[in-house]
Design a protein around this ligand. Sequence first.
Ligand SMILES: [Zn+2]
Length: 365
Amino acid sequence: MQIKQITQYIESIAPLAFQESYDNSGLIIGHPEDEVSGILITLDITEEILDEAIIKKLNLIVAHHPVIFGGIKKLNGRDYVERCVAKAIKNDIAIYAAHTNLDSVFGGVNSKICDKLNLRNCRILDPMTNFLKKLVTFVPTAHAEKVRNAMFEAGAGSIGNYDSCSFNLNGTGSFRGNAQANPFIGQKNQLHMEEETRIETIFPKHLQSLIIQALLKAHPYEEVAYDIYPLDNNYPQAGIGMIGELQTPIDEMDFLYQLKKVFNCKVVKHTQLLGKQISSVAVCGGSGSTYLNMAIAQKADVFISGDFKYHQFFDAENRIIIADIGHYESEQFTKEVFYEFLTKKFPKFAVHLSEKSTNPVNYLI
Ligand SMILES: [Zn+2]
């Protein structure tokens, strides 16, 4: 197995195009065509994690947090990042990270949090914007089905739980090829009118080149007419955070105790209780404080995340309960996410969960 077979599979679930602008997900160290002896799954890269990979003879580490965020100009071993990078290269260990792209998909970090809390009807809390495009093309009617299906197979036409979505309108196209043309139908230098179908469909922008390739391959014309429009619609299939409902509303204190137990937290920092039942729950693994307003706007009763600063707790203003369970605690089940989808796809391959907690925060109780 080559590294790229693993990374392409992960990116089919969590496309790199879904990562935030500041992020550095993807293959950080290693060559895509190197052979993989086994995979070690972790939340963070530390020197201890590298030692674990070396001892277990696993030469690919799949992590949630990228070990390198900004640029590195020197490798002098002066901090843990420089030491980890040097150690990985010396020991021929590849490092891959799926960070905010895995936060942003169904089946990713936040889906797992929702599963652990038995939430139903889960939706993306902050759907991506400027991510959808419209494709319009004109096809001789007898070939419309073939072209439509080719675009659908490449990923066009998916809306929520529906696929193969398009709008089709028949009309008349006109064209005249010059002396160098080789028209599929009609004659050179003669104006031709043809019954054509205008096909409109929608697609997420990271699939654009695949869909255009599929269109050009399936379309019979020498010159294919098509238009691509950017859309202002949200993309509800991807984005940060999730919101869902409990099966039955419960008392807020009971909910917080349950939360503490499920996430095995030493402490849950929370804002003032509101004397209401908890029904709607918003979650955002990691540092999610900037999504508080989205949770309030969508009428969540509680917002679960980590890394809230003192002043940010004031922003709840009795409209919601903030429950800060800790960054590591909120993302701890991400290791399970990786493990489940990698072992499902590669059942006979050595995929190991790291036995170490990389949480740098300790609690004195
Ligand atoms: Zn994180």
